[in-house]
Ligand binder design. Sequence first.
Ligand code: 7PJ
Length: 271
Amino acid sequence: MAVLVAGRFRLDLAQPLVMGVVNVTPDSFSDGGKFFDPKAAVAHAVNLDADILDIGGESSRPGALPVSAQQEMDRILPVLEGLKGVEKPISVDTRRPEVMQAALRAGASMINDIEALQAPGALDAVANSRCAVCLMHMKGEPATMQKDPHYDDVVGEVLGFLKERTQVAMQAGIAQERIVIDPGFGFGKTVAHNMEVLRNLARFKALGVPILAGWSRKSTLGKLTGRPAEERLAASLAAALLALQGGATILRVHDVKETRDVIAVWRAYRQ
Ligand code: 7PJ
């Protein structure tokens, strides 16, 4: 578990990595519309100075409606094209196998799938390449997932799901060193569910693959602080620190520079 293989990249996991969010959507909850223009998205991506860039063309915020595969590709492909000269792994946030294939052809090195490769053809799309993949847990669908989600044992259920998806991915031919797991904070989970998973994050280390955590500006932080998305930086950094302490090795964030400072403090504390 010392490296993550992502296409032509081998990412050292000895230190935490920062994945910078680049939404190319008109409606994402925190920066929707800002980088909808491909040129603006490319400039933003380069500016972020992240270890991995995560390009998304479908908003998966609670209540968001699905877009067509064609729309997703029309949003993502010009950004991948514009990032061709950037020597950095690029992840594409998608659930659709046809978008995965097009993105991988266009130079993406990682697929970030909030459905953990459950769509028909998604396992093959990833297995037939050398890219990395993030398998995330979500209960329900973005359109309805925050409507009264229920679990008997949230940690056990999320852990069981990710264990099963990791096994299925490996059986399909995706090597363990290409796989990342993510409990999916905010995806069909209440504030209490998110906190219970965060408190028990170390249990996910048993799966033997790196853990990615996405807390940046999420609505749970809004509920806890009473603040709108653009004022959730401090809360996001607090959650990032707790995720690091629980064993997360990749942090998916909007605010890369500030998150690097959290990592610096955490690393010194850990020495
Ligand atoms: C996540 C994601 C996350 C992974 C989004 C947002 C909503 N992918 N895509 N994990 N969140 N792997 O940016 O808050 O938490 S979209």
